[in-house]
Design a protein around this ligand. Structure first.
Ligand SMILES: O=c1[nH]c(=O)n([C@H]2C[C@H](O)[C@@H](COP(=O)(O)O)O2)cc1CO
Length: 131
């Protein structure tokens, strides 16, 4: 499948190393369209231009088969992507660590989203292997 992985960039890069590992697991079976989200050297300031980022990412959201989002680190960009994916009728998996954040009702209350709670890295990697 073509996977759109969503994770915080300008919202904060505290989990960037985890995103990299999740993407590596996804790549064992799937094509990941957004590998840059797990790039530890990714700049959070505009380089290729925000318009280009928006146009590329929304094109990938239309192209993908499934969206996988890690939402522990709050990101408006990821929230926007989730709503865009829902409007496109895409399957959406959302992962978060409940011990660190109370996820938003607009996500956990949406029965079209598949919500996965996990405690640590080994748990999310095992869950992602089942996608
Ligand atoms: O440089 C970027 N490249 C990019 O692809 N994005 C997309 C992919 C991420 O899943 C999401 C992160 O949003 P934010 O930057 O608001 O945390 O937005 C976001 C940015 C920066 O906002």
């Amino acid at each position: 499948m073509k996977v759109y992985f969503a994770g915080s960039i300008r919202g904060g890069r505290q989990d960037a190393e985890l995103y990299r590992k999740v993407i590596a697991v996804l790549k064992e079976k799937h094509q990941v369209l957004t590998e840059h989200v797990g790039d530890l050297s990714l700049s959070t300031v505009e380089d290729k231009g925000d318009k280009a980022i928006y146009e590329q990412d929304t094109a990938w959201l239309r192209e993908c088969d499934v969206v996988v989002a890690e939402c522990t680190q709050v990101s408006l960009g990821v929230g926007y992507e989730l709503a865009y994916a829902e409007a496109q009728g895409k399957k959406v998996h959302i992962f978060y660590r409940p011990q660190e954040t109370q996820l938003f009702a607009m996500l956990t209350g949406n029965k079209r989203f598949h919500i996965h709670r996990y405690a640590d890295e080994s748990e999310i990697l095992a869950q992602v292997r089942n996608i």
